[in-house]
Design a protein. Structure first.
Length: 241
C-alpha cells in the first residue's frame, strides 16, 4: 500500500526544519555525580548496536533501485528525496548526537535528543520500507525491513533508559531538597541585639543657642505731612561780649 503523500511530505519537512534530524550540537551538561560502571556499560552496548544498525542500513539503502520501482515518477522523486534525508542523517546527524551522549552518559536532554532523532528516522524510514514492499523487489524490501526492526529495538531500549534516568534524577532532587531543609533547620536563629542603658551615666546639659545680635535701626525720620509746620531748630545761645 502506498504511504499517503501528505504524511511523507510533512515528515520530510520535519527533517529539514530540525537540520537533518537535529544536527545542531548541544553543550554537554556537567555530571553532578560519578557515573556508575553499569550505566556506562549499558550505554556503550546500546550505542554499539545503533552504530552497527546505521552502518548496515546505509549499505542496504544504497542498494535500492527506486528508479526501477513500479510507480509513477512523482512518487519515485519523493522516495529519492526521503532516501537522501535518511542517508544524511545516518552519516552526519546521528554520529554527532552519539558523540555528545558518550561525553555525558547520563545527561537526560542528550538521551532524549537521541531518542527523538530515532523516532523521526523511523517515521521516514517506515515509509520507504512500505514503498519498497509495494513497488520494489522482494530482496530490497526484506533488507530495509530488517534494518527498520533493528532501529526499533534500539529505540525501545533507549526509551527505557530515559525513564530510568529521569526517575533517578527526580529521586536525587528530592534527596537534595530534604538535606537542604534539614541544614536550614539546624542553623540556630540569630538573637536580637540588646541595647544596654547605664543609669549612672550623667545626663548631658542642654546646649543653649545664642540669639543673634539685633542690628541697629536705620529707619529714616518721618517727613511732616501736609498741613503740619515744621518747628525750627532751637537757636544757639548768644556769646557774651
Amino acid at each position: 500500500m502506498n504511504r499517503p503523500s501528505i504524511l511523507s511530505t510533512s515528515l520530510l519537512f520535519f527533517f529539514c526544519s530540525v537540520g537533518v534530524f537535529g544536527q545542531a550540537p548541544a553543550p554537554n551538561a556537567p555530571q553532578g555525580s560519578a557515573v556508575s560502571y553499569t550505566s556506562v556499560t549499558q550505554l556503550n552496548e546500546l550505542l554499539g548496536r545503533l552504530e552497527a544498525a546505521s552502518k548496515t542500513s546505509q549499505a542496504d539503502l544504497a542498494k535500492l533501485r527506486i528508479e526501477k520501482w513500479k510507480t509513477d515518477s512523482s512518487n519515485k522523486k519523493q522516495m529519492l528525496s526521503q532516501l537522501d534525508s535518511i542517508q544524511r542523517n545516518l552519516q552526519g546527524g546521528l554520529p554527532e548526537i552519539i558523540a555528545q551522549l558518550r561525553a555525558a552518559p547520563e545527561d537526560v536532554p542528550a538521551s532524549f535528543k537521541l531518542y527523538r532523532n530515532l523516532d523521526a528516522l523511523l517515521d521516514v524510514m517506515s515509509g520507504v520500507v512500505e514503498s519498497a514492499g509495494a513497488f520494489g523487489p522482494k530482496d530490497e524490501f526484506q533488507s530495509v525491513s530488517n534494518d527498520l526492526d533493528n532501529f526499533e529495538g534500539v529505540r525501545k531500549q533507549f526509551a527505557e533508559r530515559i525513564e530510568t534516568l529521569s526517575s533517578a534524577k527526580e529521586a536525587e532532587i528530592v534527596r537534595l531538597r530534604t538535606d537542604l531543609n534539614a541544614a536550614k533547620a539546624a542553623i540556630p536563629a540569630t538573637p536580637p541585639k540588646k541595647v544596654v542603658i547605664d543609669d549612672n551615666e550623667p545626663a548631658k546639659k542642654p546646649v543653649r543657642k545664642k540669639k543673634p545680635a539685633t542690628a541697629p535701626s536705620t529707619t529714616a525720620p518721618e517727613k511732616p505731612s501736609a498741613g503740619q509746620t515744621q518747628s525750627p531748630p532751637p537757636a544757639a545761645p548768644a556769646k557774651p561780649q
